[in-house]
Design a protein around this ligand. Structure first.
Ligand code: ZN
Length: 530
């Protein structure tokens, strides 16, 4: 009661109270009766909790189990943190940490010797915030048997010194896995602990549904165990990753995993993840006309495009939702082609909504295809500003015309396509109030000095909130379950510290989530954080 309830229902957007019974919204604006447990919102804004349409919860949780590198200042600060953590944990065979910012060094190249200075005797491997790159010390290179004679793998790239010896930076899966495959796997207890940490971090920022965008087989057991222990305080849908080389053999596993997960209020497994390409800053995103600073390089597509079409068609026929990472213009065109092909081959039966995620550098000619094919465009809007990653690494690689093709949120929305929001946490902050500020301002949160970037693609606060709530519910196929505050829907609700609709747009990131409820149960309260 005594709330400014934004319902998300356009014909009746505001209410002053919400009645919840057994975890469900049953009425708006009803008068209290004596049996009610009343919560006085003190006039604060209450809205549907957020979704996160693309995140990596377990990786995010793992970061809390190793040296904390997020937000650490400079290479020296990172090296120091790693040294301190290693000294405090003599029992660990490997030091595994994340995640560092690639833009801290020219071309994102990091040297093994810098880590050798603090940890010479044990292997160290650190993930970059893009999660497509690692930086390791000499011991880790030695254990992985990576030397000057090691050729680059098919889908990966060993950064080298002028004499051909490995520098310590590895890009893309095949190269990254040469080291990561040597790291001992986390125990089931550590995996469940990572999921619990993720639940805490999401709930504290108002998120109660998460698309886990990459699940390999062991994590199925971890999620099932977390659910069995009652540790899932919020909802998850899992995406199984299709491998371009083995996907035909994976189809049985996909169905088996879906059956094992089943479908409960907190856990489902309806989605197959594809990587169409890499990232622009690493020059691995698939670009039609080549990179401006290296015109013969068209990136590193992860799939042969006819194989991508075949696999998307196969999983669509099995009733799975494709969720395709596409960053470069060619990656995006081919992802749309694959979805179009699946719809042609499988007919117009009601297949799960396809999702293309990141939608970074989109050829304007492809904008209408999201609406015509019914593709959900999932944006990580925090990236849609002129931050150092954009100005130092991305823009120089694509030139000024294609720079303005990036993150066309307004254009996709105006073309009539469904959009949703996400964070890619722990790649970047999961806090929706930071992310939606950027969708509205196209400026770096908290820094108005850099100026507005690509302003034609800005959207309104209401549109951004809708994409973060109802848009994510639509992506999940749960638009009848949550995403707006209406009778019959789950009481997935948050209360905010300030009026997100009235505050100056460049201050939206200062608004905090005070309380979060999932199914009517409070899963976060700012009062509990001392
Ligand atoms: Zn991701």
């Amino acid at each position: 009661m005594n709330a400014r309830v934004f319902t998300g229902n356009s014909s009746n957007p505001w209410a002053h109270s919400v009645r919840v019974v057994n975890g469900k919204v049953v009425a708006l604006d009803s008068e209290p009766d004596g049996a009610d447990d009343l919560i006085d919102a003190g006039g604060k804004v209450v809205l549907s909790s957020f979704g996160d349409g693309h995140a990596h919860p377990v990786f995010g949780g793992y970061e809390f189990l190793g040296p904390q590198l997020k937000g650490v200042d400079g290479v020296d600060g990172i090296v120091e943190s790693v040294g301190r953590f290693a000294a405090a944990h003599p029992e660990l065979e490997w030091i595994v940490g994340g995640s560092y910012e690639s833009w801290l060094t020219p071309n994102g190249e990091f040297d093994a010797r810098w880590l050798d200075a603090v940890v010479p005797d044990r292997p160290v491997v650190l993930r970059a915030t893009d999660y497509h790159t690692v930086w390791c010390n000499s011991k880790a290179l030695e254990i992985a048997a990576i030397t000057a004679e090691t050729p680059d793998p098919a889908l990966g790239w060993i950064v080298r010194r002028p004499d051909g010896s490995p520098m310590g930076t590895l890009r893309e899966w095949d190269a990254v896995d040469m080291v990561m495959n040597k790291v001992p796997t986390y125990s089931i207890d550590d995996q469940v602990r990572a999921i619990e940490i993720a639940c805490r971090e999401f709930a504290r920022t108002g998120i109660t549904w998460v698309q886990d965008a990459w699940v390999d087989p062991p994590l199925i057991d971890a999620y099932l165990e977390a659910n069995r222990r009652g540790a899932l305080s919020i909802r998850f849908n899992l995406a199984l990753r299709a491998d371009p080389r083995t996907w035909r053999d994976q189809l049985d596993w996909f169905q088996e995993a879906r059956n094992r997960i089943g479908s409960s209020d907190r856990l489902s497994c309806n989605t197959i993840k594809f990587f169409a390409d890499g990232v622009i800053e690493g020059a691995t995103a698939a670009v039609r006309d080549g990179y401006t600073d290296d015109p013969h390089n068209h990136g590193m597509p992860v799939w042969e495009w006819d194989e991508l079409r075949a696999c998307v068609t196969a999983v669509d026929a099995l009733g799975f939702q494709p969720h395709i990472h596409a960053i470069g213009d060619e990656g995006l065109t081919e992802s749309l082609n694959a979805i179009e092909h699946a719809q042609k081959v499988n007919g117009s039966a009601s297949h799960p909504r396809p999702v293309i995620t990141h939608v970074q550098m989109l050829n304007p000619a492809d904008i209408p295809r999201f609406a015509s094919l019914g593709v959900v465009a999932n944006f990580e809007s925090l990236w849609a500003c002129n931050d150092p990653l954009q100005s130092e690494l991305t823009a120089p690689r694509i030139g000024s015309e294609r720079e303005m093709w990036q993150y066309p949120i307004r254009s996709i929305l105006d073309a009539g396509a469904p959009i949703s929001m996400g964070s890619d946490w722990p790649v970047s902050s999961q806090n929706p109030l930071e992310c939606l500020e950027v969708a509205v301002t196209r400026m770096v949160p908290g820094d108005t000095s850099i100026g507005v970037w690509n302003p034609a693609e800005r959207i309104s606060v209401t549109e951004a909130i809708s994409a973060y709530t109802a848009g994510c519910a639509f992506q999940a196929g749960l638009e009848n379950t949550w995403g707006t505050i209406e009778p019959g829907k789950a009481a997935d609700v948050i209360m905010l510290s300030n009026d997100v609709f009235g505050i100056e747009p460049h201050l939206i990131h200062t608004v905090t989530v005070e309380r979060t409820w999932c199914d009517g149960v409070e899963v976060f309260s700012h009062n509990d954080v001392a």
